[in-house]
Design a protein around this ligand. Sequence first.
Ligand code: ZN
Length: 233
Amino acid sequence: MLVHTVLNDRKISYTLKRCKRKSVGLIINHEGLKISVPLQATVPHIESILQQKADWITKKLEQWQSKKSLAISWKHDAIYPLLGEPWHIALKPSGEIEMARYSVNETTNAETAEQSVPQLSSQHIEKFVMAWYGQQAITCFKQRIDIYAQKLNVPVPSFRLSRAQTRWGSCNSRGIIHLNWRLIQLPLHLIDYVVAHELAHLIEMNHSMRFWKLVESIYPQHLIARKELKGYG
Ligand SMILES: [Zn+2]
């Protein structure tokens, strides 16, 4: 259910989901603000929590909307998108840092959690976050390539992560696929489009009608995905 409210003089729309849970949970991702509430939660109760968290919500929504540029800052309180969801650096009970899914509920305060992460050097953060992105990308891309190679009925090709500035993926004449590591920041359906596109090049090394028919046969929503991908620059 889509609900509208006003927070800090700003009109905000959010998706409200009622489910079996004890507290109110707030999540901000590429689709905007999502709120999960207990079945019996009243509208005034939900509204009062939103007003309490108004600063956090408006700040995160702004950060997240500007994230479409996918620019990364290596700061301890930065948000790092993974599969279209916000993640951040958090502290394990052991004192080590880890990456954790960004969400907040009425009992925990995300701002306090952020501040408890020590001020690390930007080089340290970059190294840590990039290693995490690399691992996530390799696991995810391998799995998606397996799925789409099977759909296309081609042998699973080998792939490499690329750091190309201008392209999401490519396929060379030796049948090796390169996928930009930044794809791992995008929602899964966009990764799937790029994977399907590059795999189709294993059969058609061009962008002919035959090529697009092939893409469509394994990824029917390709026109929508292409348009959406352009929004990420
Ligand atoms: Zn292509």
